[in-house]
Ligand binder design. Structure first.
Ligand SMILES: N[C@@H](CCC(=O)N[C@@H](CS)C(=O)NCC(=O)O)C(=O)O
Length: 206
């Protein structure tokens, strides 16, 4: 059994969109939990099994899987015919996994350092910076229209997400901006946003 622990308008929203895109909503139970938010609202939810009280957390037959890249790799491997990832073990799957790991291990840290105004030799040596990240996206999208080439994949779903949340982090590049707009225009994303807005309103109403 698969259970996703989700907090509306959080990083787990990407996993909600993935589940919708894959057409497997009937295979994954969703538990809505609270998290502690940047503005001081919310609180860690004792019902959430994530070791740090964060979302997303996916529980598969009692085993906890955290980190969006790992959750995406796991769900797309479990449901291989849903069109959101190449087949496991192919060269294309290798580059798909690389995009997810680059996102988690490089792009998100780079953007967080940028937003926090942090600069240090260790950071640039380890992660490079926003310019290099944008160049990498641009070179993939020049072969595009999607990161993996002709088809939209869960790599686009994850990698575009910080630019949707924080438009101020968007590179000044029309090709990247148009790709983010194409990702944001996916009907599954609109459904997640609408459902999250309704969940937030319910919570606010008590
Ligand atoms: N590296 C994790 C990050 C998860 C994360 O930071 N989630 C935020 C929501 S956007 C959270 O739960 N924050 C609550 C807290 O900091 O206690 C992932 O990509 O899944």
């Amino acid at each position: 059994m698969l259970t996703l622990f989700h907090a509306p308008n959080s990083r787990s929203s990407a996993i909600m969109t993935l589940i919708d895109e894959m057409g497997v909503s009937d295979r994954v139970k969703v538990e809505t939990v609270t998290i502690s938010r940047f503005d001081g609202s919310g609180a860690r939810d004792p019902a959430n099994p994530h070791p740090e009280g964060k979302t997303p957390a996916l529980v598969h037959d009692g085993r906890i899987i955290t980190e969006r890249a790992a959750i995406i790799l796991h769900l797309t491997a479990l449901f291989p015919d849903t069109g959101l990832a190449p087949r496991v073990g192919t060269p294309e799957w290798g580059s798909f996994a690389a995009w997810l790991c680059w996102y988690q291990g490089v792009l998100e840290p780079v953007l967080i350092h940028q937003m926090a105004g942090l600069e240090h030799l260790y950071l640039t040596r380890t992660f490079r910076g926003p310019k290099e990240a944008a160049a990498r996206l641009r070179s993939a999208l020049d072969r595009g229209p999607w990161l993996m080439g002709a088809d939209y994949s869960a790599a686009d779903l994850l990698v575009h997400s910080p630019f949707a949340w924080a438009p101020q982090a968007m590179p000044d590049d029309p090709v990247i901006r148009q790709w983010v707009e194409r990702c944001m225009a996916r009907p599954a994303r609109a459904r997640t946003v609408a459902a999250d807005t309704a969940r937030m309103a319910e919570t606010a109403a008590g």
